[in-house]
Ligand binder design. Sequence first.
Ligand code: M7G
Length: 318
Amino acid sequence: MAENENGGSAKRLKTDAENDRGDTGEPSCDSLVSDFEVSRILRDCAREKNIFIHGKVKDQDAVVILEKTPIRQDTLSELLKSSQVKLEMKNDVYSTYQLRAPAHLNEIKTTVVCPATEKHVKKYLHQEVFLVEESGEDYRKLTLPYISGQSFSVQWVHNILEKKAEADRIVFEDPDPDTGFVLLPDFKWDQKQLQDLYLIAIVHRRDVKSLRDLTSEHLPLLKNIRSKGQDAIQRQYSVSPSKLRVYLHYQPSYYHLHIHFTSVEYDAPGCRVERAHLLSDVIQNLQADSSYYQNRSLAFPLRADDGLLLKFKEAGKV
Ligand code: M7G
């Protein structure tokens, strides 16, 4: 087990067997990977050791994301002892090696989106990025009409709330219809180590799209998520609130309110200042002014081919 910040073992990091079990157990899930035919590379990053590929699975568009997983502390001695070692070079006190690790210590986290829409493909395509400043009026006139017709389906969110998917992954639930939420691992986290801990809290209410909809009416909801989410993570993973970055994205990809809980040490995608809004700041801003997020300008990045960027350009705002 990985060490937590208190030097103890995390209570519930997933074992390989649990991770391998899969969500549905349907055989067709395997063939989503083996039948995938590569058409083009959308993005790859040597530093992050991941690659985003567009292709087809039996005539259906698909996106596959391959990512080398972090090296786990709990398997270190096995890795060093049982790998084949090949010397690459030696010079003075320096030497480099190629380690051929046993298959079970050499996994690649694989995410499949199938069928993938054009919007999914664009989301993962490397693009030039522009920072847009959106006033409250811009939101109502440009963004809201655009996202009402164009945003990603939130079917996967409803499946979680209705226990039709990922029910066995739920870490904590508060069922209250107004202030309740479901907390579960984000699908970006394989739950094998705490360094990249990543959970999401999804609210039961279905009438809050994003940060822009929040008013002081939602303070009990936000405070409840902060305190019960932190408590649940402390209980389950022995990670204390001071080790967590708790935030909302603006713009989000999915317009059903959800809060990100990541390890503060983890440079999670989308945790930069132009997209992440700390939950504790959001709470304080709403306490000071109930209509803070209705009125103030919010900046966010948009990719070159994002239809919303076109709307801002047409309106002379970029
Ligand atoms: P977001 O801010 O709307 O968009 O966050 P982003 O994806 O651009 O960050 C949605 C969060 O939900 C992200 O952190 C996703 O990794 C996560 N997520 C997306 N999907 C489709 C799923 C899913 O099916 N299951 C789980 N557990 N997490 C998901």
